[in-house]
Design a protein around this ligand. Structure first.
Ligand SMILES: [Fe+2]
Ligand SMILES: [Fe+2]
Length: 335
């Protein structure tokens, strides 16, 4: 369903295949992506949905999607403070979306379109990649317009446009790798895995009460587009896997758990800033963040949302890569 699910770590999600959004489970064949994009002109949110950013309501995120509001220490918080936490969480989500689409997904999607990887790809897949590029640019625009509307309403001090954690993690991994070809593989598989992460959360936004209807529509539109992207990136993974050398397959397999985990690490700095803005000390805020993200839960969440990718890699791989994947999963930090 896409890397956005990394943002929802701590929200008690239902994790499931996005087959509801597709009306079928993305099947095992490479042909899926082509069939899925056949009606893109009629179904893509950029082509078919009304302008959502003209009718904003209160611009509050639902309580269920704000992990800090699950803290026992914040029970009885004054309404104004609670609303500020919900506003800040919404802004952070839009910032996460904006940077994910512009700086990561569309960089890689453009490389696929322009054949910058050493893979031979069918023209149909490249054509579908153009459509994804348009979708993601639209998702980024909607996120940015939401952030702008929030900044206009204020309070501005609450809204920090920043580099999200997942991007810092990606840069760290790329910088650590000395070989140029493998730097590109890290970036490519970061996007493949992110677009294949699964949860029902984005598709289930109807169940959340007290949610701004514009935001509900924005998330629902995005979710429907991402179900198509899931099928595309699954097909792409199948297409390129056999074109990788055995060594690169083992290398990529060993990296996958880290890549998935990178999406799920909480935005600690932003959460701490929110709590400090309520008048709490740094140490009090650390205690609350530990309470809502106890050790081990981020890893458990990452492994759940990444299960579709891990299963597919196991199906595609020989025993060397599968062993490497299991080794890497077993060695993940218990964050
Ligand atoms: Fe997207
Ligand atoms: Fe996507």
């Amino acid at each position: 369903m896409c890397g956005l699910v990394g943002f929802f770590n701590g929200c008690n999600l239902d994790v499931a295949c996005p087959k509801k959004a597709l009306n079928k489970c993305p099947s095992q064949s490479k042909q899926d992506s082509t069939r899925t994009f056949k009606n893109w002109d009629r179904k893509a949110s950029v082509r078919s949905t009304p302008q959502r950013t003209e009718h904003f309501g209160d611009l509050l995120f639902p309580r269920e999607l704000v992990p800090l509001l699950h803290s026992k220490k914040l029970v009885g918080l004054p309404k104004r403070d609670e609303e500020n936490l919900r506003r800040s969480a919404l802004f952070r989500f839009m910032n996460f979306t904006h940077k994910l689409e512009m700086l990561v997904v569309n960089t890689v999607t453009a490389n696929i379109v322009m054949q910058r990887y050493n893979f031979s790809l069918p023209d149909q897949l490249r054509s579908d990649a153009h459509k994804i590029y348009v979708d993601e640019a639209y998702h980024a625009l909607v996120a940015f317009e939401t952030m702008n509307a929030m900044r206009v309403r204020g309070p501005k001090s609450l809204f920090r446009e920043c580099v999200p954690n997942f991007l810092k993690q990606l840069e760290l991994q790329i910088n650590k790798e000395p070989v140029g070809r493998r730097k590109a593989l890290i970036e490519l598989f970061f996007v493949i895995t992110s677009e294949m992460l699964i949860t029902n959360t984005l598709g289930n936004v109807n169940k959340h009460k007290e949610m701004d209807e514009s935001i509900r529509s924005i998330i629902r539109d995005h979710s429907a587009d991402e179900a198509r992207h899931h099928a595309f990136y699954r097909s792409l993974l199948i297409e390129v896997w056999d074109q990788l050398s055995g060594d690169d397959q083992i290398y990529v397999t060993g990296k996958l758990p880290e890549l998935v985990l990178a999406y799920c690490i909480p935005e600690q700095e932003g959460l701490a800033a929110d709590l400090v803005s309520l008048g709490l000390s740094k140490s009090e805020s650390d205690v609350i963040i530990d309470e809502v993200h106890p050790p081990g839960t981020t890893l458990a969440y990452a492994m759940q949302v990444g299960s579709a990718v891990f299963t597919l890699i196991n199906e595609l791989s020989d025993s060397h890569s599968s062993d490497r994947l299991n080794e890497s999963l077993a060695g993940m930090p218990k964050v």
